[in-house]
Ligand binder design. Sequence first.
Ligand code: CP3
Length: 342
Amino acid sequence: MDSPFLEAIKGRRSSTAPVWFMRQAGRFLPEYRRLRAKEKSFFDLCRNVELAVEITALPVKLLKVDAAILFSDLLVPLLPLKSLKVEIKEGIGPIVESLVPLTESEKLLHPYNIEELGFVAEIVSGFKNAHPYTPLIGFCGAPFTLLSYILERGSSKHYHSTKRFMFEHPEAFRRLMELATELLVKYAKMQISAGVDAFQVFDSWVGALSPEDYERYVFEHTKKLVEEISKTKIPVIYFSTGTCGSLKVIKKLPCNAFSVDWRISLEDAINILGKHRVIQGNLDPSALFLPKEELKKRVEAILIHGRKADAHIFNLGHGVFPDTDPDKVRWVVEVVHSFRWD
Ligand code: CP3
């Protein structure tokens, strides 16, 4: 029998739901902050194989979650590109500077030497050698979300520059999406060859689009990425936020599991996505600041609704905030693990 996480992601339900958290290895953990201080730049930390393996394992040890997620970042696959300067500035977030015009799609995303990301494969194999029984989730951004960092030059509130580019230069946008997908397929396959057990595609910002635009400009590329990963037989989770209105489009993606946020009830999400898919989510990360009594009610309501799908993986609707109390997160894991339906 597989671990509870791998059983669930393959659609097999057991008596308790497995649980992990997006951004579970982040700044809310004092142990992460201690290891973070060993490298000056964040990407140097991502390149430090020994430290990255140790950080990947932290949440399993400290929070007792059912799966680890590779310690890396959504922007790491951009690092081999000579056309871009990418950094994460403390207190600001990602800054992406393009050295070529954004309409020059080929020059922007070529040449691409995936070998420069060999450290990611080493982290995956290093982790699996040290923790062979802990499921490891690999990840990458979806093409829209990855490209948005280039087109916005970093994070954004409204994704106006991305959408403006998409509407004004539809052909250049299509080509960028195609090239970004190719690059992400290579990056995902590298993680899979190195030994990840499951894969999550983060489409964190695609909720900025209307359902029609999602379908018209984005869907075929995301589908291609998910299809290529699925061909390797690794189970795939597609995560997005702010996409309640686009779930009818998202439903057509060939993935094993959908991760939804708190803007839709899990029950409604399951009704739209279909009962025979695995559902992941969907506690509001801010709910971790509620008193325990109220928080417990919300966690249990999610577990009850999750029962309506083939299988449910408990998670947040988005990442843990850095000011979250680790004890509260640990306690939620206990609540999930001790909840019984029967
Ligand atoms: O625990 C884990 O989830 C594993 C590691 C992980 C990180 N980033 C580490 C990180 C994962 C899976 C990511 C994914 C990621 N990165 C996403 C998708 C998930 C989401 O939240 O939507 C996105 C959009 C990014 C881009 C990114 N990286 C931003 C916007 C920032 C700055 C803001 C922030 O949250 O700190 C980062 C930096 C980052 N990535 C940090 C960590 C631990 C903090 C940097 C530091 O410690 O110096």
